[in-house]
Design a protein around this ligand. Structure first.
Ligand code: PMP
Length: 295
């Protein structure tokens, strides 16, 4: 992924993609002092850019460092990156980390870096494909207690158990894994939040030890706008067999129906379908969509 053409915004300037490198003694690499975002542009416009940038700043704040670029600078850089590279439907990855001046657990004065990369990312799945639903395994790792990890930060360190869980699920032929939390309650997938449907109502775990996704909040709003009741509560794995539908939400996942979690099967029903469509409509740019220039 590091040998592409194009540019990456790195500490305030656009540099060739291939040259956007860090030193091996970077604190962020050794001690996970790194935070990031995952954003998506539709029709040339980043969906909820301001909220993502705000969360990026907040994630850094939770890890005790300040990103030396304002929201205005970051948002303008993101838009400029898309414009310069004629990206219309794209994924955007801002990442901030502590640099390499000091090597040790403590690195109070290390430079804070910020890079923003973006690449073309059309919606992979055709709706018909997605409507089949994906299969989830149950993860062995659990979301940590908030006293163990700063869960409100979209911090690199919190993804160690996500990658382990996703790899384990993939090895068994599943698309992803459902993680429980430290109490044994249903939490989320490895990079997306989870919703269930029963008797026409939505049920989703209270985000008290995992990310309260921007997509999650958007979908809750869309569901309520349709008059659907959304119940945020503790959900136990024993309840899974009683739910009729299940779907994941996330910037990358959008609204993705789930057909199976371990031994439990779900239908891809009307509510999942409607929310998938409502989300697709919601992410469309407010202004006239930008079309890629020819050539
Ligand atoms: N949980 C985890 C662990 C994630 O990585 C993501 C993706 N950022 C989400 C939930 C969903 O968050 P969002 O809707 O803001 O993309």
């Amino acid at each position: 992924f590091d040998q592409r053409d194009g540019e990456i915004w790195f500490d305030g300037v656009f540099i060739p993609w291939k040259d956007a490198k860090v030193h091996v003694l970077t604190h962020g690499l050794h001690y996970a002092s790194s935070v990031f975002e995952g954003e998506r542009a539709y029709g040339g416009e980043v969906f909820k850019l301001e909220e993502h940038t705000e969360r990026l700043h907040m994630s850094a704040d939770v890890l005790g460092f300040e990103i030396p670029y304002s929201a205005e600078v970051i948002n303008a850089a993101t838009k400029e990156l898309l414009r310069r590279h004629n990206l219309v439907d794209a994924y955007i990855r801002p990442v901030a980390w502590r640099g390499s001046e000091m090597m040790g657990v403590s690195a109070q004065h290390n430079t804070i870096h910020l890079a923003i990369a973006a690449w073309e990312w059309p919606s992979y799945f055709k709706p018909e494909e997605r409507l089949k639903g994906i299969r989830l395994d149950m993860a062995d790792y659990r979301r940590p207690d908030p006293r163990t990890a700063p869960y409100k930060s979209k911090a690199a360190g919190l993804y160690m158990i996500c990658t382990l869980s996703k790899h384990a699920a993939e090895r068994k032929g599943y698309a992803d894994a459902l993680m429980l939390d430290w109490r044994g309650q249903v939490a989320e997938a490895t990079g997306a939040n989870v919703f269930f449907v029963k008797d026409g109502k939505l049920h989703t775990p209270t985000p008290d030890c995992f990310l309260d996704g921007i997509t999650r909040r958007t979908v809750i709003g869309l569901a309520r706008a349709r008059g659907l009741e959304v119940i945020e509560r503790a959900i136990m794995p024993e309840e899974l067999s009683g739910f009729e539908q299940c779907f994941l939400t996330g910037t990358a996942a959008e609204v993705t129906p789930v057909s199976e979690i371990g031994p439990h099967n779900f239908q891809v029903g009307e509510i999942s379908r409607v929310l998938m469509e409502d989300y697709t409509a919601a992410v469309q740019p407010k202004a006239a969509p930008r079309v890629a220039a020819a050539g």
